[in-house]
Write a protein that binds this ligand. Sequence first.
Ligand SMILES: Nc1nc2c(ncn2[C@@H]2O[C@H](COP(=O)(O)OP(=O)(O)O)[C@@H](O)[C@H]2O)c(=O)[nH]1
Ligand SMILES: Nc1ncnc2c1ncn2[C@@H]1O[C@H](COP(=O)(O)OP(=O)(O)O)[C@@H](O)[C@H]1O
Length: 207
Amino acid sequence: MTVDKGLLIVLSGPSGVGKGTVRKAVFDNPDTDFKYSISMTTREKREGEVDGVDYFFKSHEEFEKLIEQDKFIEYAEYVGNYYGTPVDFVRETLENGHDVFLEIEVEGAKQVRDRFPEALFIFLAPPSIAHLESRLIGRGTDSQEVINHRVQEAKRELELMNLYDYVVINDSVDEACRKIHSIVEASHLRRSRVERTLRKLLLEADN
Ligand SMILES: Nc1nc2c(ncn2[C@@H]2O[C@H](COP(=O)(O)OP(=O)(O)O)[C@@H](O)[C@H]2O)c(=O)[nH]1
Ligand SMILES: Nc1ncnc2c1ncn2[C@@H]1O[C@H](COP(=O)(O)OP(=O)(O)O)[C@@H](O)[C@H]1O
């Protein structure tokens, strides 16, 4: 562990909990100095989305070639499309001492745990299942059948919560953002303390 390297921050949670909304609010805050890792995806670009800003949009063939070349920290298939985190950007940015923020679904987050166990894992949870369902309905992007499926999936995904370092309830978006900022701050302080103590003990052991 070296504190001059950046911290990898992973925000995950069930579909419809508000990951995208909270992530946007975190990056709208001018005090945020984490770097957002733009994912690659094979899904269609939506109206208003910009290639290289919202996602790097790739064909299935391009994405599978990148998988073969081991270009992802993690990737997952989600509702019929691939989504993945490019490895080069994350490694270079962390090496340069900047914190990197990932907003990804739960399967991908599991893979990040294996490759970056020192990362900070934050689970975004809904205040209740009823809130989750009404947010999915309110978003207006899915049929009732897909919503029912997502709610069933979410119940399974909620059980993964205990694998995370922190759980943030997305009641108010502003409050969730504030909590994420203080969790990151606390993690930096903890890392510095641990490293200082470790250095001191190793120095003593050498003498
Ligand atoms: N595993 C993984 N999931 C991702 C990545 N990028 C985005 N996602 C997740 O993919 C899911 C679908 O994202 P998107 O198609 O933008 O739709 P929406 O967030 O449901 O409106 C969300 O849960 C995102 O958090 C990634 O690089 N890896
Ligand atoms: N704290 C919140 N209170 C009320 N509605 C919210 C909140 N957070 C997100 N939403 C709404 O819930 C829906 C799902 O949010 P979204 O960010 O798309 O979720 P995810 O990225 O986790 O799938 C959106 O319509 C969004 O506006």
